[in-house]
Write a protein that binds this ligand. Sequence first.
Ligand code: UGA
Length: 430
Amino acid sequence: MNGPREPIGVIGAGYVGLVSAAGFADLGSEVFCVDIDEAKIELLRRGEVPIYEPGLAESIERNRGRIHFSTTLDQAIGAARLLFVCVGTPPTYAGDADLSAVNAVVEAMPASANHALVMKSTVPCGTGRSIQRIFAEQGKAALAYVSCPEFLKEGSALADFLGPDRVVVGADGDSWAADAVCALYEPLGAPLVRTDVASAEMIKLAANAFLATKISFINEIANVCEETGANVLEVARGVGLDERIGPKFLSAGIGYGGSCFTKDVSALKLLAANSGYHFQLLGSVIEVNELQKRRVVAKLARHLGSLAGTRIGLLGLAFKPNTDDMRGASSLVLAARLAAEGAHVRAYDPVATEEALKVMPELDCAEDVEGALEGADAVVLVTEWPELLALDWAAAAAAMAGKVVIDGRNALDPAAVRAAGLIYEGIGVG
Ligand code: UGA
């Protein structure tokens, strides 16, 4: 790109906000990052990063001179035309997206023809239209509105941001702001989907819902494989080679976790319901996922009989490797169900223990993997952290009281586990 890069404001210093701030700074933009959480901003100013995400701390450090942190909007509004909104939209008790943080930002926007609100937070389809209506009611009709959903995955967020499959930019009618957002992304060379606001909003929800559907589908195939003697790894490989299907997101396991799929699938289902349409398929996707998290309990009971009084080691707690995020983690359901059956659960995670104890303070967490293996009647691989995949199974067998290893991710080497004299059981692998 020629000339100086457009400076930007980023409102919300969570996963999406911090990764976007770091990513845009890496591309050369001056970034004004705002969050109302004073403690978080203080931490960031000191060079500490409040979340675990590979490469993020290094990128923020590298761009120290370019990223400015603040608890107020003034500096961002003064220096940047494009204000990227990256605040959380957690589920409400009714399962819809809670837009209170988004609404607070909308209230604080200036009545200015030189500024644009660029929505990165995941919002229900129709949100952009209502925000533009609010702007008109508040005399801020000149303020531009762009939808620019984010598709990054936790654990590889920065790499996803800098190497996206596509960039989606939604605006209604001609928009200087949409042009400016496209220009910001241009150096990445990704396919650009320039569309209207409602379609951009729906692309984000539909993409997450489709990926979740793919996972629930392969999990059901895995369950049928268990009944019929087929191996879901072979099936996924054979099916995924069909270019119309593709090999990704066909890993059977203990169900998808994380805040995004859980929240967005339910939000899309309810969005449809609120608009008068019953989205049947998504109801099944959610139900299959909930049941999948619980199937491990039945597997353990098949090997151990009653689980009352047994010791079960959980290997991994985070909803996926390379993150300490515990939101929607399948481990929480598993631990709670096992405790309800009377088992004593001892868990180990290389990174997420602190976050896990915030949501489940009663969880017994070991400081090292040996602590979770020691005296266990059975262990369950919950998160495929590299450290756990490299376990010495002979040493594990010597530490355990029993012999059962349930591989909730089909990520272990069954031969290595069996060679240690242990009983291996995966998900849908016979
Ligand atoms: C997901 C989407 O993949 C991103 O594109 C999207 O931007 C993000 O949500 C979001 O909306 O913010 P994320 O939740 O970070 O990203 O993680 P994923 O890699 O998608 O994994 C989600 C869950 O599905 C994990 O628990 C993972 O273990 C599970 N999974 C994934 C499977 O069980 N099987 C698979 O084949 C793939």
